[in-house]
Design a protein around this ligand. Sequence first.
Ligand code: CUA
Length: 355
Amino acid sequence: MRELMRQLLWLPPQASTFAWPVDRLHYFVITVTMVASILTGLLAFYFFFKYRARRADQSTPLVLPSVKFEIAVIGVPLFFFLLWFVQGFQDYIWYTTPPKNTMDVYVMAKKWMWKFAYAEGGPNAIGTLHVPANRPVRLLMTSRDVLHSFYVPDFRIKQDVLPGRYTETWFEATKPGRYQIFCAEYCGTWHSQMWGEVVVMSGQDFDTWMVEQKAGLAERVDTGGDDGGNMRGSIVEYGKKIAMSEGCLRCHSLDGQPHIGPTWLDLYQRRETLENGESIIADEAYLTDSMIDPRGKVVKGFKPVMPTYKGRLAAPEAAALVEFIKSLRSTSLENLPSKEATYEPAKPSQPTQRR
Ligand code: CUA
């Protein structure tokens, strides 16, 4: 039944844990609506004959349906719509909440290609994403230029990818194989050819592959060039380089000492209170936002003195910085809020007044 429906609806194979629940709801909705529309059509056809005009001067009698009938007409569709809503909402929560133990991969979209970088070091690739089967994978995605949308039909995932912002999606592939990636947001001339491929390997194959890739990377020389070339080697190391060259470390310490800005040690996932009293968790999205719009959400106790890095940091550089920050973990189990800044804006020297 499951397979028959899939073929009837011309759906792609079901290759992730999301696929069946998505399809199941789809089948349910489409079956009920098909049955209802066929019944309505047949009934209309029947009435067409039953109530046809028999005489020229025939008038339509007044029809008053019973209350029970009215309740049924409203209640039955309402019941189904609510049922679909509840099912759909539960599934939606699941699709949008990555589990804790995901393998993270950074995805950078640009006209007209997909670039991938592994958070824990590893190869960077254009167009091909290698992932293990039966392990949750989280994609942290951003765009260098315009809106794109990361779409893998076989996994039933689709997520917009935006410039200047991180969006995330996750999936757990179930079968080793090769699966097509499409761009599902019109992004210019070659939008229709902005393809990529997810290569799903068995867990063991993937681990072996990763070890081999890392061994290869160690020998490879940094070729410089565009951002793709720069990202060879460990993404964390790359982030450290950027932190030094962009001057981040002049205001952010790495050892827990408060400075002009909050320390980066244990910053990731730290709960911070903002100036306006709001409380946030310093996740990937917040860290990236703070590079682009540093004065938008300032941590309480600090001055809004950081310049914006919008246009100065390419998306992969921002990603590398985030990974670098994430790597700075002390042994403390708790992420305590940032202490106050040790920064006193220099007072304008005032001429001493004498009489
Ligand atoms: Cu990228 Cu369409």
